[in-house]
Ligand binder design. Structure first.
Ligand SMILES: C[S@@+](CC[C@H](N)C(=O)[O-])C[C@H]1O[C@@H](n2cnc3c(N)ncnc32)[C@H](O)[C@@H]1O
Length: 311
């Protein structure tokens, strides 16, 4: 859920490394649920084959591009699952997030027992069954999409990004992807489902204002917000892609992410509709007081798109 970030600015959207760290466990659990629903076909589509490539020289590594890479959560999720040799080219406009990669990867490597080497803009992570190099690039994707080298790419990833972009920008991305035949992984797109258990006064009103805030221009034109999964599926199918999708919901039961979501949702709702500030503040106080006793489902969708053989 990209746009709930407590520090999100109207345009362009900004995200802190702390926010991305906070959401990463929920993101990965949600992606696991979607991957389980897609089954072996989903993983085979991501790998571009039925089995991981054996360790081969770097020249034959699987080539992955990650758009809006943040601090590298997609690599941390996908690299062990893809297996084999991988070379990632990752893009973000936010210099601070790109600089946070070595620390974020070092934490991950320490906990997972991987080996990390950092040399300038390039990182190399070696773990059980995989070896990934990553090259970081600063790029404003809203205006410089043409500078993303898709020509020799096997897999194009965008995680928690597509709900920030416009339909026109997404159509351009898919058009470029189609020309090269690259497989796409569009993960963690919000779909508008926000379900509190137990439900409470003000949930629907705050959710509505928040949804309108999500539709604001984040630098790419009017943002797709909750329409992202449907628009992406339609554009991809029209371009000849076979699309697999599954729900990747956040399932929260108290904790700091839920508390931060309450703050971020209230702030966005008030920014969108200042007249509702007293009611939204009352909602925020009630939800915060009850954070340990409530469950929250935030709806997302993961999608994998592959071109049928011969296309
Ligand atoms: C919600 S974060 C997701 C980050 C990462 N993919 C993850 O899953 O943790 C959205 C990312 O898109 C990046 N972003 C937003 N607008 C961008 C733009 N115009 N060009 C490049 N990156 C952009 C942000 O800096 C941020 O890293």
């Amino acid at each position: 859920m990209a746009s709930i970030a407590p520090t999100a600015a109207p345009a362009p959207a900004t995200f802190t490394a702390d926010w991305l760290r906070l959401r990463e466990p929920a993101d990965h659990a949600a992606r696991d649920a979607a991957a389980a629903a897609m089954g072996a076909l989903g993983l085979a589509a991501l790998r571009g084959t039925d089995a991981p490539r054996p360790s081969t020289p770097a020249a034959e590594a699987r080539r992955v591009v990650d758009l809006g890479c943040g601090t590298g959560a997609s690599l941390r999720y996908l690299a062990p699952r893809l297996g084999g040799e991988q070379h990632w080219q990752v893009f973000d406009q936010d210099e601070a997030l790109l600089r946070a990669w070595p620390a974020a990867m070092a934490d991950w490597a320490r906990h997972a027992g991987h080996r990390l080497e950092v040399a300038g803009a390039t990182l190399r992570i070696e773990g059980q069954g995989f070896c990934a190099t990553a090259e970081r690039h600063r790029l404003d994707l809203a205006h410089e999409l043409g500078n993303v080298p898709l020509g020799s790419t096997d897999l194009l990833c965008a995680t928690a990004l597509i709900d920030l972009v416009s339909a026109g920008w997404l159509a351009e991305l898919i058009g470029r992807a189609r020309q090269t035949g690259v497989t796409l992984s569009l993960a963690l797109m919000v779909d508008g489902r926000i379900e509190w258990d137990p439900a409470g006064a003000g949930d629907a009103e705050v959710a509505l204002a928040f949804a309108r805030h999500q539709g604001r221009d984040k630098g790419f034109g009017p943002a797709l917000g909750a329409q992202a999964p449907e628009v992406a599926s339609t554009l991809l199918a029209n371009a000849g892609y076979t699309v697999m999708s599954a729900r990747s919901d956040w399932l929260l039961h108290g904790g700091p992410l839920q508390a931060a979501l309450i703050e971020g949702t209230a702030a966005a709702a008030i920014e969108q509709d200042p007249a509702t500030a007293p009611a939204t503040e009352a909602w925020r106080r009630l939800r915060t007081a009850a954070v340990g006793q409530t469950r929250l489902r935030v709806g997302h969708v993961d999608l994998i798109a592959v071109l049928p053989p011969g296309c």
